[in-house]
Design a protein around this ligand. Structure first.
Ligand SMILES: [Zn+2]
Length: 304
């Protein structure tokens, strides 16, 4: 190929890039009466999920992390809310008080009206003092604070059944290093025939607690957000949940961790259990839309 042709090709590719980005930046709202879950692609390790309910309310489950100039609340969630025309967040639920789940909330509390702030009520020396400050901030901004435990029901929408499956009232006994993860709020959202399971960062003790005290109708779910960014799996848990779709919120590579690529590990693990697996690091933000009968999945990119 001649140099001239190569230059023309390079110019065409340079043009195609920004156009593709523009398309991604303008997500369409869900059809009326449907439930939409968006698992965001984050620049830093973390988890942030938006739920748009059938009656049009918006809830967040976790809000990602803030570090240096990067802030999941400011850089990722707020632009999404603005694109949707959202002025009021009906609720922010923080699954557990780790920075990669709560730090994005500070910006959102500052710039949006937030009606409620919900968590599992974990206190003590393991909890970062910045988290206590965040809750005070939420209260001062007029959010109603609520603590939930297994068995509690959240009235988020008449068309949804939102149930808390964990942690139990007495908490999950776990070693210090896993305690906050294992005591994540586990949320189950039922919309007609579809069930979404959001287990935060539960590890083996949290999974065992769910398996030991499952809800009367079982743990089966249509869509599972992989526990602990794909670092946590477990055969019995996967078999009990039997998800058709699994979404993993993680970065592409963790040089110091095992496995280095939780996206790859979770794809192999849940794929072997029959699920279709989507990884935010590869697919970009993952949108699940439920009409109460089926779930449609849309991603910003094809894998890799
Ligand atoms: Zn996490």
């Amino acid at each position: 190929m001649s140099m001239r042709l190569l230059r023309v090709l390079a110019a065409v590719l340079a043009l195609a890039g920004p156009l593709a980005c523009q398309e991604k930046a303008a997500p369409t709202p869900p059809p009326a009466g449907s439930l939409r879950m968006t698992v965001f692609e984050l620049p830093l390790h973390g988890l942030a999920i938006a739920l748009e309910t059938p009656s049009g309310a918006l809830y967040l489950v976790d809000t990602g992390k803030k570090e240096g100039d990067a802030d999941a609340g400011k850089d990722v969630i707020a632009p999404f809310l603005k694109a949707r025309g959202v002025k009021e967040i009906a609720g922010i639920l923080v699954s557990h008080p780790h920075r990669d789940h709560f730090e994005g909330a500070a910006y959102l509390l500052k710039h949006f009206r937030v009606k409620s702030f919900i968590d599992g009520g974990i206190e003590g020396p393991l909890v970062d003092e910045d988290y206590a400050k965040l809750k005070t901030h939420a209260r001062e901004k007029g959010a109603e604070l609520r603590t939930v435990r297994a068995g509690d029901v959240l009235k988020w929408d008449d068309a949804l059944e939102v149930t808390v499956l964990g942690p139990p009232k007495t908490g999950v006994a776990a070693p210090d290093k896993d305690f906050l993860n294992d005591n994540s709020v586990v949320l189950r959202i039922r919309h007609g025939a579809n069930v979404l399971l959001l287990p935060g960062d539960i590890e083996s003790e949290g999974r065992d607690s769910l398996l030991a005290h499952p809800p009367a109708d079982g743990l089966k779910a249509t869509v599972l957000v992989a526990p602990h960014h794909g670092f946590s799996s477990g055969k019995r848990f996967a078999e009990a949940v039997k998800a058709e779709t699994v979404v993993v919120s993680c970065l592409a590579d963790y040089p110091d961790k095992k496995p280095r690529s939780p996206g790859q590990a979770a794809t192999e693990f849940f794929g072997a259990a029959g699920a279709k697996v989507y990884v935010t690091a590869w697919h970009g933000p993952v949108e699940i839309t439920s009409d109460g009968k089926t779930c449609a999945v849309r991603t910003a990119r094809e894998k890799k």
